[in-house]
Design a protein around this ligand. Structure first.
Ligand SMILES: C[S@@+](CC[C@H](N)C(=O)[O-])C[C@H]1O[C@@H](n2cnc3c(N)ncnc32)[C@H](O)[C@@H]1O
Length: 246
C-alpha cells in the first residue's frame, strides 16, 4: 500500500485494523523501567492513532508524528489533550534532541529509511530512553486461519512473508550497537465476520483486486462461516516487538 493510500482509507483503517494487546504496554513499561503514566512518548508513523490512543490511555504525554495530513485529522478528532499531532517524517523528525522516554513505531518502521530513521529516533530519546518497534502478524499456527489465507492467496497476490527480525539485527549491529530484546505476544480479537470482511477490504492485497474485491471477500466469508459454523471469529495475532536501548 502506498503511503497516500493510508490517507484514502483512513476511516476504515481506523475502524477495522487491530489494536495492540495490553501485554505489549506492560513490556514497554518494563523495558523503560518506569510506567507510561506521565512518560514523554513520541509515536512515529502514528497514522489514525491506534497505538497513540493506547499510549495516551496509559497516561503518557504523546507527540504523534505522521507525514499524512488526512490520517492525522482522524487522529486529532479521536484524541484527548494528552496527544499533540505533528506532520513530519521519521527520517527527519521535526523535534529537538533528548525529549522522549520512549519512541514507538507501531506497524510503521518499514516505511522509513532505517539509515536515517534510527539515528533520528536515538537523537530524540532522553538518556536511558527506549526505542520500541512492533508489528502485528497473523498467527499461522491457527488451523482455520491458515486455511482461509491459503484460499485467499490463490486469488490475491500473496504478500511476502512477514519477518521483521531485520529491525532487531540492524539495531544490534554497527554503528548503533543497541541493547536489543525481542518479545512475541500471541493474542486474538473477537469480531463479527461482517467486520472482518470490512477489514479485509482495507488490506492492500485485497484492495488491489479493484472491482472484484467485494465478491472475493463475500465468497471467503461464506467459506469461513461454513468451516466454523459461526458468525463470530477470533482473529489470531502475534505482536512482534523490538525493544532497543542505545
Ligand atoms: C500501517 S500504518 C500504522 C499506523 C499506526 N501506527 C497504527 O498503529 O495503526 C503506517 C503509517 O506510517 C506512515 N508513514 C509512512 N512513511 C513514513 C515516514 N517516512 N515517517 C513516518 N511515518 C511514515 C503512514 O502515513 C501510515 O500512517
Amino acid at each position: 500500500m502506498s503511503r497516500q493510500l493510508f490517507d484514502l482509507v483512513a476511516r476504515d483503517y481506523d475502524a477495522y485494523r487491530p489494536d495492540y494487546p495490553a501485554q505489549l504496554f506492560d513490556a514497554l513499561e518494563s523495558a523503560m523501567g518506569q510506567p507510561l503514566l506521565r512518560a514523554d512518548v513520541l509515536d512515529v508513523g502514528a497514522g489514525t492513532g491506534i497505538a497513540t490512543r493506547a499510549l495516551a490511555g496509559r497516561g503518557a504525554n504523546v507527540v504523534a508524528v505522521d507525514p499524512g495530513p488526512e490520517v492525522l485529522a482522524v487522529l486529532r478528532s479521536r484524541s484527548t489533550s494528552r496527544v499533540r499531532a505533528v506532520v513530519g517524517d521519521g527520517n527527519a523528525l521535526p523535534l529537538p534532541d533528548e525529549m522522549f522516554d520512549l519512541v514507538s513505531y507501531a506497524q510503521a518502521f518499514h516505511w522509513t529509511d532505517p539509515d536515517r530513521s534510527i539515528p533520528e529516533a536515538l537523537r530524540v530519546l532522553k538518556p536511558g530512553g527506549v526505542l520500541a518497534i512492533w508489528w502485528n502478524r497473523h498467527d499461522p499456527t491457527v488451523r482455520w486461519f491458515a486455511e482461509h489465507t491459503q484460499r485467499l492467496f490463490q486469488v490475491c497476490e500473496k504478500p511476502p512473508r512477514a519477518d521483521e527480525s531485520w529491525a532487531a539485527e540492524l539495531l544490534r549491529g554497527s554503528p548503533w550497537q543497541c541493547h536489543v530484546a525481542t518479545v512475541e505476544i500471541p493474542w486474538s480479537r473477537r469480531m463479527s465476520l461482517e467486520d472482518y470482511g470490512r477489514n479485509l477490504l482495507t488490506q492492500s492485497y485485497v484492495f488491489a483486486l479493484g472491482d472484484h474485491a467485494p465478491a472475493v471477500v463475500a465468497e471467503e466469508l461464506e467459506a469461513i462461516r461454513a468451516d466454523l459454523g459461526t458468525d463470530v471469529i477470533d482473529e489470531p495475532f502475534v505482536t512482534y516487538t523490538v525493544l532497543a536501548r542505545p
